[in-house]
Design a protein around this ligand. Structure first.
Ligand code: GDP
Length: 478
């Protein structure tokens, strides 16, 4: 738990003199070969405004979490974790309901289904875990907090309506996260249903249906009549099989918080999704800045569980405070260390509020390129007309060179929204707007999160700014 000044300097890629000076400022006299304790090292690293190198930061985590790689012989197949996305009113909620009811077995029928944020359904010999808060906003909000738990996104498109603005958002949010997309063409019971048109429109977003030689599975369904639901579930299972999803049930549990709230009677209640390992009643867990011992654990049918394995969502009580959706959680052996880690996380959160150094901005782009940290500049383009979106996308992407690839991860017509900012946050992207403004929520969130948001009236100015930033010649923002 100690480190020499020289080693700290090396890990921080700084001169020892710099560190020694800072230490003196803190009242610690040390030479290059002296050792300092972890807390001091951490303080120095943070005060020097540089992101402390992983090796320095993770010390408590290393002591606390089992970080060794899972051995192949310990790995077993786990169920896929699936989210449903799509335009409003295209049937996301109805589809989640239909799926849930399609799979209620007689033994479960006695249980009272509860909304805990996720549920599991049986498909053949396997199972599928659904996150039951549909929509890309919730998905990306969690991703912005660092949680990527989803393997597959079901994109719901109403067959009578086709691809709409939020369908495009959903596609781009799912693509930015790198999850597989399966398309459910919904409302097939309607006489106006036109699945061919939906498939045609999908190709415009680089989603080419299998029927037409591509690799995107499209399943016609009706949430109303339940037509196609079984096929959809089989296709999800098939996609999961190809992905060979594995987990190790024989380790301490880790995963992410899906939902959390304060319950009058039970105190803080959180639904956690176990991604790896097995969670047991009585385990000490740390979720974000909340610590506690799992007092009770229930599934979505209100049944009490003693343990929960990989890809299982469970509601737990026993945490001392309410964590946030998207926080990671870990079961740990050492409660005292867990409390120390919470202190450290609180401190880090405060630090992060002050400096948003990890965020990509046009200002720091060049130094990140030089340090080899940025190989890609992701941009979200919003404009008042579709023509501008396309013109800007093409011009910006053409700026790509050997060092940096410029990629427009989402482009659309309309004001800059909170969902755009979350996507930027989660994907380390910047936002460029033409003749549009951020709405107030988006503006606040961008400020808080340190997302670089730039507004232009002329396309040429934006191109010039990005180009200069790539060369390290950007004029300071006024
Ligand atoms: P969401 O906003 O995407 O969650 O959409 P909802 O699930 O709330 O559905 C919007 C509307 O479409 C509701 O009135 C549903 O009853 C209707 N709806 C959903 N699925 C179907 C379907 O398969 N067929 C028909 N005819 N209507 C549907």
């Amino acid at each position: 738990d100690e480190i020499t000044v020289g080693e700290l300097a090396a890990r921080m890629k700084m001169t020892a003199a710099n560190i020694i000076k800072k230490l003196m400022g803190l009242g610690v006299m040390a030479s290059i070969s002296d050792t300092i304790d972890y807390d001091t090292a951490f303080l120095v690293a943070s005060e020097l405004g540089c992101a402390p190198e992983k090796e320095v930061v993770v010390t408590i985590e290393e002591r606390l979490f089992e970080e060794e790689e899972d051995k192949n012989e310990d790995l077993v197949t786990r169920s896929p974790i699936v989210v449903v996305m799509g335009h409003v009113d295209h049937g996301k909620t109805s589809l989640l309901d239909a799926i849930r009811h399609a799979s209620v077995t007689s033994t479960e029928a006695g249980g009272i289904t509860q909304h805990i944020g996720a549920y599991k359904v049986k498909v053949g010999d396997g199972e599928i875990t659904f996150l039951d808060t549909p929509g890309h906003e919730a998905f990306t909000a969690m991703r912005a907090r660092g949680a990527l738990m989803t393997d597959i996104a079901i994109l719901v498109v109403a067959a009578d309506d086709g691809i709409m603005p939020q369908t495009v958002e959903a596609i781009n949010h799912a693509k930015a996260a790198g999850v597989s997309i399966i398309v459910a063409i919904n409302k097939m019971d309607k006489p106006e249903a036109n699945p061919d048109r939906v498939m045609q429109e999908l190709t415009e977003y680089e989603l080419v249906p299998e029927e037409w030689g591509g690799d995107v599975i499209c399943v016609p369904v009706s949430a109303a009549t339940k037509q196609g639901i079984d096929t959809l579930l089989e296709m999800v299972q098939l996609t999961a099989d190809v992905k060979e999803l594995k987990a190790n049930p024989n380790r301490m549990a880790k995963g992410a918080v899906i939902e959390a709230k304060l319950d009058k009677g039970r105190g803080p209640v959180a639904t956690v999704l176990v991604q790896n390992g097995t969670l047991h009643r009585g385990d000490v867990v740390i979720a974000g800045t909340a610590v506690g011992r799992v007092r009770a654990m229930t599934d979505e049918n209100g049944r009490r569980l003693e343990e929960a394995g990989p890809a299982t969502p469970v509601e737990i009580t026993g945490l001392a405070e309410v964590p946030a959706a998207g926080d990671d959680f870990n079961a740990v052996e050492n409660e005292k260390l867990a409390r120390e880690l919470v202190e450290k996380r609180r401190y880090q959160q405060k630090q992060e509020q002050f400096n948003s150094y990890q965020k990509v901005t046009l200002e720091n782009l060049f130094s990140q390129i030089e340090q080899g940290e940025s190989k890609e500049l992701s941009i979200i383009v919003k404009a008042d007309v579709q023509g501008s979106v396309e013109a800007v996308r093409q011009s910006l992407e053409k700026l790509s060179n050997d060092e940096v690839k410029v990629r427009v991860i989402h482009g659309a017509v309309g004001a800059i929204t909170e969902s755009d900012v979350m996507l930027a946050e989660a994907s380390s992207a910047i936002i460029v707007g033409f003749n549009v403004r951020p709405d107030p929520l988006a503006r606040n969130r961008a400020e808080e999160a340190g997302v670089d948001l730039r507004l232009y009236r002329v396309i040429y100015d934006a191109i010039e700014d990005v180009e200069s930033a790539m060369k390290g010649m950007l004029a300071p923002k006024i």
